[in-house]
Design a protein around this ligand. Structure first.
Ligand SMILES: *[C@@H]1O[C@H](CO)[C@@H](O)[C@H](O)[C@H]1NC(C)=O
Length: 215
């Protein structure tokens, strides 16, 4: 192999690594300044001399979230919104509580892969690969099991048991974002035109109207 080809190979590799998650920080830290009126990719930094331990701290992830909702699960996030010191670091964390048979409905994180650990209970998890295969990869997890959902892919979890379940997950973005498929498609504001969804989902208008009324 010529030196140029090796060089291009290394360059491509380093680019793909640095774009696999949020960009690398250019300083020790950049604590988000909620007061800033500057729009940057991420959040503007407050004066590093004003950094305090609490900027890098969150309390309460031992507390169970309230799962009394129509899906029977709740996410407690620790992203840059809860922990300003995460700004520019490219990581965040969540706790997920599941009622018996509760689900975390199909969704994607546009900016993050997610590595999930089951702390309590039994979870059925899965993700679907991109077109054209749309392969469904699924597994049943028990306490201590770890599973990764690759960035951007539609994934879900279901508590496959009659006890509460708890998981903790790390995400490769300070601000992973969530797109819940049903809400985005049937609950957008304003609505996506019904006839578009009729064709897209090959369903009757009445079914689309019903689904839109649900979200
Ligand atoms: C949990 O949420 C439900 C529905 O919002 C509410 O009625 C209930 O009081 C909440 N329970 C606790 C312990 O906060």
């Amino acid at each position: 192999m010529s030196p140029q080809i090796i060089l291009y190979g290394l360059l491509a590799l380093s680019l793909s690594l640095s774009f696999a998650a949020d960009l690398s920080p250019l300083q020790d830290f950049c604590i988000a300044d909620p007061q800033s009126r500057v729009f940057v990719n991420g959040l503007a930094c407050k004066d590093p001399k004003l950094a305090a331990a609490n900027d890098f701290f969150f309390a309460g992830l031992h507390l169970a979230g309230n799962t009394s909702n129509r899906v029977g699960s709740v996410v407690t996030p620790v992203t840059v919104s809860q922990m300003p010191g995460l700004n520019t670091l490219g990581i965040s964390m969540i706790r997920i509580d599941y009622a018996p048979w509760g689900i975390n409905p199909p969704h994607t994180h546009p900016r993050a892969s997610e590595i999930l650990t089951v702390l309590e209970g039994c979870l059925e998890v899965g993700f679907v690969t991109s077109n054209p295969d749309n392969r469904h990869i699924t597994k049943v997890l028990h306490k201590g099991d770890v599973f990764v959902f690759p960035i951007g892919l539609v994934h879900y979890q279901r508590n496959a048991g009659s006890a509460n379940a708890v998981a903790i997950a790390a995400l490769s973005s300070q601000n992973p974002g969530v797109v819940t498929v049903a809400n985005a498609v049937f609950g957008s504001v304003p609505d996506i035109a019904g006839d578009i969804l009729v064709k897209a989902f090959q369903l009757d208008n009445s079914v689309i109207n019903y689904l839109q009324s649900k979200f």
